[in-house]
Design a protein around this ligand. Structure first.
Ligand code: URA
Length: 239
Protein backbone atom coordinates (compact mmCIF):
# COMPACT_ATOMS: atom_id res chain seq x y z
CA UNK A 1 0.00 0.00 0.00
CA UNK A 2 1.15 3.59 -0.54
CA UNK A 3 2.93 5.10 2.44
CA UNK A 4 0.63 8.16 2.57
CA UNK A 5 -2.47 5.96 2.53
CA UNK A 6 -1.07 3.72 5.26
CA UNK A 7 -0.21 6.67 7.52
CA UNK A 8 -3.62 8.20 6.89
CA UNK A 9 -5.29 4.95 7.91
CA UNK A 10 -3.04 4.72 10.96
CA UNK A 11 -4.41 8.04 12.22
CA UNK A 12 -1.68 10.47 11.16
CA UNK A 13 -4.19 12.88 9.67
CA UNK A 14 -5.25 14.06 6.25
CA UNK A 15 -3.27 13.46 3.10
CA UNK A 16 -1.72 16.93 3.44
CA UNK A 17 -0.76 16.37 7.07
CA UNK A 18 0.82 13.04 6.12
CA UNK A 19 2.72 14.69 3.25
CA UNK A 20 4.11 17.27 5.68
CA UNK A 21 5.22 14.51 8.06
CA UNK A 22 7.11 12.82 5.24
CA UNK A 23 8.65 16.08 3.96
CA UNK A 24 9.79 16.99 7.46
CA UNK A 25 11.77 13.72 7.46
CA UNK A 26 9.94 12.13 10.35
CA UNK A 27 9.12 8.88 8.59
CA UNK A 28 11.56 5.99 8.17
CA UNK A 29 11.07 2.68 6.38
CA UNK A 30 13.51 -0.04 7.44
CA UNK A 31 15.74 2.66 8.85
CA UNK A 32 15.87 4.73 5.65
CA UNK A 33 14.26 8.17 5.43
CA UNK A 34 11.06 7.95 3.40
CA UNK A 35 11.31 10.62 0.70
CA UNK A 36 8.20 9.84 -1.38
CA UNK A 37 4.61 9.71 -0.18
CA UNK A 38 3.73 7.23 -2.96
CA UNK A 39 6.34 4.69 -1.79
CA UNK A 40 4.91 1.16 -1.78
CA UNK A 41 5.23 -0.29 1.70
CA UNK A 42 3.99 -3.25 3.71
CA UNK A 43 3.90 -2.94 7.52
CA UNK A 44 3.89 -6.72 7.92
CA UNK A 45 7.25 -6.92 6.14
CA UNK A 46 8.87 -3.59 6.95
CA UNK A 47 9.77 -1.58 10.02
CA UNK A 48 7.88 1.70 9.53
CA UNK A 49 8.46 4.45 12.09
CA UNK A 50 7.00 7.91 12.56
CA UNK A 51 9.11 10.13 14.80
CA UNK A 52 10.90 6.98 15.95
CA UNK A 53 7.71 5.18 16.97
CA UNK A 54 7.03 1.83 15.32
CA UNK A 55 3.77 1.55 13.42
CA UNK A 56 1.62 -1.32 14.68
CA UNK A 57 2.15 -4.48 12.67
CA UNK A 58 -0.65 -5.61 10.45
CA UNK A 59 -2.18 -9.03 10.91
CA UNK A 60 -0.69 -10.47 7.71
CA UNK A 61 0.64 -14.00 8.03
CA UNK A 62 3.10 -15.93 5.86
CA UNK A 63 3.52 -19.71 5.92
CA UNK A 64 5.66 -22.25 4.10
CA UNK A 65 3.74 -25.50 3.54
CA UNK A 66 5.22 -28.84 2.50
CA UNK A 67 2.25 -29.78 0.36
CA UNK A 68 1.36 -33.47 0.40
CA UNK A 69 -0.13 -35.28 -2.58
CA UNK A 70 -3.93 -35.56 -2.53
CA UNK A 71 -4.82 -32.00 -1.52
CA UNK A 72 -5.78 -29.27 -3.96
CA UNK A 73 -4.13 -25.84 -4.20
CA UNK A 74 -7.35 -23.93 -3.64
CA UNK A 75 -9.11 -22.04 -0.90
CA UNK A 76 -12.17 -24.29 -0.98
CA UNK A 77 -13.22 -27.38 -2.88
CA UNK A 78 -16.40 -29.46 -2.76
CA UNK A 79 -14.60 -32.80 -3.25
CA UNK A 80 -11.07 -32.65 -1.93
CA UNK A 81 -9.16 -31.41 1.07
CA UNK A 82 -7.42 -28.11 0.29
CA UNK A 83 -4.04 -26.73 1.29
CA UNK A 84 -5.89 -24.20 3.46
CA UNK A 85 -7.53 -27.08 5.39
CA UNK A 86 -4.01 -28.01 6.52
CA UNK A 87 -3.63 -24.68 8.35
CA UNK A 88 -4.81 -25.22 11.92
CA UNK A 89 -6.01 -23.44 15.04
CA UNK A 90 -5.16 -19.78 15.53
CA UNK A 91 -3.18 -19.78 12.26
CA UNK A 92 -6.41 -20.29 10.32
CA UNK A 93 -7.08 -16.55 9.82
CA UNK A 94 -9.45 -15.08 7.23
CA UNK A 95 -8.31 -14.57 3.68
CA UNK A 96 -5.64 -17.29 3.47
CA UNK A 97 -4.75 -18.44 -0.04
CA UNK A 98 -1.87 -20.29 -1.74
CA UNK A 99 0.58 -18.29 -3.87
CA UNK A 100 0.39 -20.25 -7.11
CA UNK A 101 -0.75 -23.79 -7.66
CA UNK A 102 0.65 -27.28 -7.56
CA UNK A 103 -1.28 -30.18 -9.07
CA UNK A 104 -3.17 -32.41 -6.64
CA UNK A 105 -0.57 -35.17 -6.96
CA UNK A 106 2.43 -32.79 -6.69
CA UNK A 107 4.26 -32.37 -3.39
CA UNK A 108 6.52 -29.63 -2.15
CA UNK A 109 6.94 -25.97 -1.43
CA UNK A 110 3.88 -23.76 -1.36
CA UNK A 111 3.63 -20.32 0.24
CA UNK A 112 0.38 -19.40 1.96
CA UNK A 113 -0.63 -15.92 3.05
CA UNK A 114 -3.54 -13.60 3.66
CA UNK A 115 -1.63 -10.67 2.11
CA UNK A 116 -3.99 -10.03 -0.80
CA UNK A 117 -1.77 -8.30 -3.40
CA UNK A 118 1.36 -10.36 -2.70
CA UNK A 119 0.40 -13.43 -4.73
CA UNK A 120 -0.44 -11.39 -7.79
CA UNK A 121 2.86 -9.55 -7.51
CA UNK A 122 4.98 -12.65 -7.00
CA UNK A 123 3.35 -14.47 -9.90
CA UNK A 124 3.57 -11.50 -12.27
CA UNK A 125 5.64 -12.54 -15.31
CA UNK A 126 7.89 -9.48 -14.91
CA UNK A 127 9.52 -11.17 -11.90
CA UNK A 128 10.43 -14.40 -13.79
CA UNK A 129 10.49 -16.37 -10.56
CA UNK A 130 12.47 -19.59 -11.07
CA UNK A 131 10.88 -22.77 -9.75
CA UNK A 132 12.90 -25.93 -9.30
CA UNK A 133 11.30 -29.36 -9.17
CA UNK A 134 12.61 -32.82 -8.36
CA UNK A 135 11.08 -35.18 -10.89
CA UNK A 136 10.89 -38.92 -11.49
CA UNK A 137 9.89 -40.23 -14.94
CA UNK A 138 9.14 -43.66 -16.40
CA UNK A 139 11.82 -43.73 -19.10
CA UNK A 140 15.27 -42.60 -20.13
CA UNK A 141 16.55 -39.01 -20.07
CA UNK A 142 19.32 -39.34 -22.61
CA UNK A 143 22.26 -37.02 -23.27
CA UNK A 144 20.08 -35.01 -25.69
CA UNK A 145 17.52 -34.17 -22.97
CA UNK A 146 19.12 -31.02 -21.40
CA UNK A 147 19.35 -29.36 -24.84
CA UNK A 148 15.77 -30.40 -25.67
CA UNK A 149 14.49 -28.64 -22.53
CA UNK A 150 16.97 -25.77 -22.91
CA UNK A 151 15.79 -24.92 -26.41
CA UNK A 152 12.23 -24.13 -25.32
CA UNK A 153 9.77 -26.96 -25.75
CA UNK A 154 6.73 -26.51 -28.01
CA UNK A 155 3.52 -28.31 -27.00
CA UNK A 156 1.28 -29.86 -29.68
CA UNK A 157 -1.20 -26.97 -29.32
CA UNK A 158 1.56 -24.56 -30.39
CA UNK A 159 2.40 -23.19 -26.91
CA UNK A 160 6.14 -22.54 -26.68
CA UNK A 161 7.85 -22.72 -23.29
CA UNK A 162 10.77 -20.58 -22.21
CA UNK A 163 14.07 -22.45 -22.00
CA UNK A 164 14.23 -24.71 -18.95
CA UNK A 165 17.27 -26.12 -17.18
CA UNK A 166 17.34 -29.90 -16.86
CA UNK A 167 19.88 -31.61 -14.62
CA UNK A 168 19.69 -35.39 -14.88
CA UNK A 169 20.53 -37.18 -11.63
CA UNK A 170 20.38 -40.69 -13.09
CA UNK A 171 18.77 -42.36 -16.07
CA UNK A 172 17.68 -45.86 -17.08
CA UNK A 173 15.19 -47.21 -19.61
CA UNK A 174 12.50 -47.65 -16.95
CA UNK A 175 13.11 -44.84 -14.44
CA UNK A 176 15.04 -41.58 -14.37
CA UNK A 177 15.52 -38.81 -11.81
CA UNK A 178 16.22 -35.14 -12.49
CA UNK A 179 15.90 -31.55 -11.36
CA UNK A 180 14.18 -29.11 -13.67
CA UNK A 181 14.05 -25.33 -13.32
CA UNK A 182 11.38 -23.31 -15.12
CA UNK A 183 10.57 -19.61 -14.97
CA UNK A 184 6.92 -19.77 -15.98
CA UNK A 185 3.81 -21.33 -14.52
CA UNK A 186 1.82 -22.80 -17.37
CA UNK A 187 -0.88 -25.33 -16.51
CA UNK A 188 0.72 -28.78 -15.88
CA UNK A 189 3.87 -27.34 -17.42
CA UNK A 190 6.47 -29.76 -16.09
CA UNK A 191 4.39 -32.85 -16.85
CA UNK A 192 3.67 -31.61 -20.37
CA UNK A 193 7.32 -30.80 -21.02
CA UNK A 194 8.41 -34.32 -20.13
CA UNK A 195 5.56 -35.77 -22.21
CA UNK A 196 6.85 -33.71 -25.13
CA UNK A 197 10.22 -35.40 -24.61
CA UNK A 198 8.48 -38.79 -24.54
CA UNK A 199 8.35 -39.81 -20.86
CA UNK A 200 5.71 -39.59 -18.16
CA UNK A 201 6.21 -37.88 -14.79
CA UNK A 202 5.58 -40.40 -12.00
CA UNK A 203 6.51 -38.14 -9.08
CA UNK A 204 6.91 -34.36 -8.79
CA UNK A 205 8.04 -32.22 -5.87
CA UNK A 206 8.70 -28.46 -5.89
CA UNK A 207 11.98 -27.78 -4.13
CA UNK A 208 12.28 -24.03 -4.56
CA UNK A 209 10.35 -20.95 -5.60
CA UNK A 210 12.54 -17.92 -6.28
CA UNK A 211 14.82 -17.59 -3.25
CA UNK A 212 12.55 -19.77 -1.10
CA UNK A 213 13.81 -23.31 -0.55
CA UNK A 214 11.68 -26.14 0.80
CA UNK A 215 12.69 -26.60 4.45
CA UNK A 216 14.24 -30.06 4.73
CA UNK A 217 12.97 -30.25 8.33
CA UNK A 218 9.37 -29.67 7.34
CA UNK A 219 7.56 -33.04 7.20
CA UNK A 220 5.14 -33.64 4.32
CA UNK A 221 1.82 -32.00 5.22
CA UNK A 222 3.36 -29.66 7.82
CA UNK A 223 3.78 -25.90 7.65
CA UNK A 224 5.61 -23.18 9.53
CA UNK A 225 5.75 -19.40 9.62
CA UNK A 226 8.31 -17.78 7.37
CA UNK A 227 11.48 -16.73 9.18
CA UNK A 228 12.54 -13.06 9.34
CA UNK A 229 15.08 -13.72 6.55
CA UNK A 230 12.40 -15.29 4.38
CA UNK A 231 10.05 -12.34 4.97
CA UNK A 232 12.90 -10.11 3.78
CA UNK A 233 12.86 -11.97 0.46
CA UNK A 234 9.23 -10.90 0.02
CA UNK A 235 10.18 -7.22 0.07
CA UNK A 236 11.50 -7.37 -3.49
CA UNK A 237 7.92 -7.94 -4.63
CA UNK A 238 6.47 -4.80 -3.00
CA UNK A 239 6.79 -2.63 -6.12
N1 URA B 1 4.11 -28.47 -13.36
C1 URA B 1 3.23 -29.50 -13.32
O1 URA B 1 3.03 -30.19 -14.29
N2 URA B 1 2.58 -29.72 -12.17
C2 URA B 1 2.77 -29.00 -11.05
O2 URA B 1 2.15 -29.27 -10.02
C3 URA B 1 3.69 -27.94 -11.10
C4 URA B 1 4.35 -27.69 -12.27
Amino acid sequence: MRLDKLLGQAGFGSRNQVKKLIRSQQVRVDGELALRDNLNVDPSLQDIRVSGKLLAHSTDVYFMLHKPAGVVSAVSDSQHQTVIDLIRGKDRVDGLYPIGRLDRDTEGLLLITNNGPLGFRMLHPKHHVDKTYYVEVNGALDSDAPAFFGNGIAFLDGTVCKPAKLEVISSSDTQSYAHITISEGKFHQVKKMFLAYGVKVTYLRRESFGDFVLDANLPIGAYRELTADEKNILKQYLD
